[in-house]
Each structure stands twice: as structure tokens, then as C-alpha cells.
Write a protein that binds this ligand. Structure first.
Ligand code: HEC
Length: 122
């Protein structure tokens, strides 16, 4: 008698894939809700410039750079201008350190979204 339509390993790796995808979606949701809760998405989007630079552009500029996370955490907390143009980012004292690092890590890894409208990346 043959019950399984395909080998057990196939079922296993399929369910592992589904878990991995679900995990990524959950992480995106957390990032998005932090960006929304702190008003970041009023000025930033994933793929296009609004008031501030697109997060895709931020990733391209800093990914792989040592110390980028600390530098950007300070910049977002204190605000500043001159890197992307003459428009200033106001200080963001309200966001917690943990949340700030989490969103910056996601931005640098290309995993952030700000509102769910970001196109799927390859
Ligand atoms: C009122 C609009 C506004 C808000 C709100 C805002 N930003 Fe910005 N952001 C800007 C502008 C403008 C710049 C470009 C500053 C510059 O050119 O130095 C910027 C730059 C950045 C950069 C790149 C910094 C650099 O030096 O390259 C990051 C990362 C960033 N913002 C993240 C965030 C996060 C996270 C939040 C929410 C906690 C946030 N921003 C809220 C307008 C905003």
C-alpha cells in the first residue's frame, strides 16, 4: 500500500519553505508597523523618494559598510541634513533604541517596507 504521493523529504522541505516565507512576511509586518508608529513613512517609502530618501537608496549607499548601523541610528535620533539634499530630517526622540535598530537592520538588508506598497524584490 502506498499512501504518500511523494517522498517524505519533499513534504518536509515544502513545509520548511512555507515557514521561511511566513517568517519573512511577519518580519516585514513588524518593520512596517514600527515605521508607521513613528511617522517614518510620512517621509520615507521603500522604492521612491518622498521627503526623505527611498530606503532602497539608503541600502545601496550604506550596505556592507562598517559602523553604518550606529551612524544611521544617531542620525535618525538626532535628525540632520546635507547627505541627500538640503531638506532636514527632524529629530526622532520617540522611537526606542530596539525598534530603531530593528528597522535600520531591515533597511540595510533590503527587508523594510513602509505601507505594504513596496514592489516585490527579486
Ligand atoms: C519629516 C520627514 C522625516 C521623517 C518623519 C523621518 N525622516 Fe528620515 N530622512 C528625512 C530626510 C529629509 C532625510 C535626508 C537627510 C539628509 O540629507 O541628511 C532623511 C534621512 C534618513 C536616513 C538616511 C540618513 C543618512 O544620513 O543617510 C534614514 C536611515 C532615515 N531617514 C530613517 C528614518 C526613520 C527610521 C524614521 C522614523 C523614526 C525617519 N527617517 C523619519 C526625512 C524624514
Amino acid at each position: 500500500m502506498k499512501l504518500a504521493p511523494f517522498p517524505r523529504w519533499a513534504t518536509l522541505s515544502l513545509s520548511m519553505m512555507i515557514c521561511a516565507l511566513a517568517g519573512k512576511a511577519a518580519a516585514d509586518e513588524i518593520t512596517t508597523s514600527i515605521l508607521k508608529a513613528n511617522g517614518c513613512n510620512n517621509c520615507h517609502a521603500q522604492a521612491e523618494q518622498i521627503v526623505g530618501p527611498a530606503f532602497d537608496a539608503v541600502r545601496k549607499k550604506y550596505e556592507g559598510q562598517k559602523g553604518a548601523l550606529d551612524m544611521l541610528a544617531n542620525k535618525v535620533r538626532l535628525g540632520g541634513t546635507g547627505v541627500w539634499g538640503q531638506v532636514a530630517m527632524p529629530p526622532n526622540p520617540q522611537i526606542s533604541d530596539a525598534d530603531l535598530r530593528l528597522v535600520l537592520k531591515a533597511i540595510l538588508a533590503g527587508e523594510s517596507t513602509s505601507g505594504g506598497s513596496a514592489p516585490a524584490r527579486p
